[in-house]
Design a binder for this molecule. Structure first.
Ligand code: FPP
Length: 260
């Protein structure tokens, strides 16, 4: 079977650019056409497929997608149900293709409120794709950056056996241990759909991320928009609080992206 995926140079998982995307605009895109909002999410899942194919070719080694925020539970029950069903279907339908194409898929966020079917689909996809080395795809599900930090603080406190309260340095160390399994810093954070906010997404990891806001609605997002965002990123000067340019040219695979 011919692969529909880009045949770029393989990237070790966790290497290359870490991009995060706030996939916004599904509802407005559908409503502008007189369709129910859930049609927008359906079209949004197609955009996810396009972006996952394009990412490794652009030097992206890790891609974190904001698929369902902890605040999204506040939406009408029918929309929540449709979204979660769509996520489950995506995981079930894409599992083999992701594994074949070297995409390691995993989830971040809370699992306990997701429902047994979705939890099982997640576990099976993580297991089937665990050897993937071309792209690390992280789906943020029932995710809240503030919630994650509070959880890490609680774990850090539970681990602390010293008498007096830990000082800031010790606390930071304990927090880092509690957040160990998490991915490193985000280099490029994209939000499409025209809004300019972070909405509780990767607040800690994006401390030095370059922010790129695009007007394109997520259902219309694809390789062209992703390439545009990477090019904007590549033109930015990153100093991380210092005075010297610290990237992005040095990053694995980026030269490839800039030429693309
Ligand atoms: C924001 O658009 C989008 C979401 C809350 C859900 C994102 C989900 C998908 C793209 C579905 C498929 C995902 C995967 C991983 C298969 P919105 O509905 O808030 O848009 P609006 O701002 O126009 O109302």
């Amino acid at each position: 079977m011919t692969s529909t995926f880009a045949q770029g140079a393989p990237l070790a998982a966790g290497r290359g650019l870490h991009a995060g995307i706030i996939m916004d605009g599904n509802g407005r895109w559908a409503q502008a056409r007189g369709w129910p909002r859930s049609y927008g999410h359906l079209a949004g899942a197609e955009a996810v497929r396009r972006v996952v194919k394009a990412a490794p070719k652009l030097g992206i080694g890790t891609l974190t997608l904001y698929a369902f925020s902890s605040d999204n539970w506040r939406r009408p029950a029918a929309e929540v149900e449709a979204l979660l069903a769509l996520l489950r279907r995506y995981l079930e339908q894409e599992r083999e293709e992701l594994a074949r194409e070297g995409v390691r898929c995993e989830a971040i966020g809370r699992r306990d409120r997701l429902g047994a079917g979705l939890q099982a689909a997640l576990a099976a996809t993580e297991q089937a794709t665990r050897e993937g080395r071309r792209l690390r795809l992280r789906l943020a599900l029932d995710y809240s950056a503030r919630g994650e930090m509070a959880q890490a603080a609680a774990e850090a406190a539970a681990r602390w056996t010293g008498g007096l309260a830990p000082n800031a340095e010790t606390m930071r160390h304990l927090m880092e241990r509690a957040l160990e399994g998490e991915c490193g810093p985000v280099d490029l954070l994209i939000r499409c759909g025209g809004e300019k906010r972070l909405s509780d997404f990767l607040l800690r990891e994006a401390a030095y991320a370059e922010l790129v806001f695009l007007r394109t609605m997520w259902p219309e997002f694809g390789a062209r928009e992703l390439r545009r965002a990477v090019k904007i990123y590549a033109r930015r000067e990153r100093r991380f609080g210092g005075t010297e340019q610290a990237g992005p040219g040095a990053r694995v695979g980026l030269a490839q992206a800039v030429r693309a």
